[in-house]
Design a protein around this ligand. Structure first.
Ligand SMILES: [Zn+2]
Length: 260
């Protein structure tokens, strides 16, 4: 049995309020739209209509995953992914005129980043990577009302300083990578450095999967298809870890590599 934490009541109220506010905005945005699925839209107010399970955009509360506590160095990855049943996928493959109305139904899944012992608590990260310890502390306290005591935040002295330098470098790399075209060879060097820094921080190098996919594109533009294939296999492994082997992202990446 793995444990899922609970929020203090004060924080939970804030979280629930935020979720409901988001849901209300989502409903409002659909005002006047017609339901596209078999479950009819039900009027929930005179200004909003929604169908809760099968419209193209929806707000949802995930009763279990929303209770998983935070660690800057998490042991699970929370994935929001499109849930497509086998029947729906077969329907799509048959080229049905109206493929499944549920193709945009989302589910949240938790994926272990490494072996987790029975009884250990699960943690996800509420923050983006690339924040020094003081900034992480400030954001977590301001938004969620607690102090993080994860392995990364527990570092002190020179170790903490070194971690902060790595985090700031991770932020700089992300910013630089966002500016580069796929043809730029710097993508390879920076992605390699990013994964090395993630390793040093005890964070999953799989978080760099998007950059690895861009490395695939880079090698394709150079006509280096053997290297491209190797990089894509690495990206697929990252995505399997983060999203599960049955995730649509993984299937799409496998389709790309099989086409070549
Ligand atoms: Zn922390």
């Amino acid at each position: 049995m793995l444990r899922v934490g609970t929020y203090p009541a004060r924080v939970l109220r804030t979280v629930v309020h935020t979720i409901l506010a988001s849901a209300a905005f989502a409903l409002h945005a659909q005002k006047g739209e017609r339901a596209r699925g078999p479950l009819a839209c039900a009027p929930v107010a005179d200004w909003a209509r929604t169908c809760t399970l099968c419209c193209w955009q929806a707000a949802a509360v995930y009763a279990i995953s929303c209770r998983v506590n935070h660690a800057c160095r998490p042991n699970v990855h929370l994935s929001s992914r499109v849930a497509i049943s086998l029947a729906m996928r077969e329907e799509q493959q048959r080229g049905a005129e109206k493929p499944g109305t549920h193709t945009q139904l989302y589910e949240q899944t938790l994926h272990a980043l490494h072996a987790i012992a029975a009884g250990d608590e699960l943690f996800v990260s509420y923050l983006d990577v690339g924040l020094a310890s003081a900034e992480r502390r400030r954001r977590i306290q301001a938004k969620f009302g607690f102090d993080c005591h994860c392995g990364l935040c527990a570092l002190s002295g020179a170790e903490r300083a070194a971690s902060d330098v790595r985090q700031e470098r991770l932020a700089a790399i992300a910013s630089r990578l966002a500016q580069l075209e796929s043809t730029d060879a710097a993508i390879i060097k920076l992605t390699t450095e990013r994964m090395r820094l993630l390793d040093r921080e005890g964070l999953p190098r799989a978080w760099a999967y998007n950059d690895v996919i861009r490395c695939f594109n880079h090698w394709c533009t150079k006509g280096a298809y053997v290297k491209a294939r190797g990089v894509m296999l690495e990206a697929i492994a990252h995505c399997e870890l983060l999203f599960g082997g049955d995730a649509k992202t993984v299937r799409d990446l496998r389709d790309i590599i099989e086409e070549r």
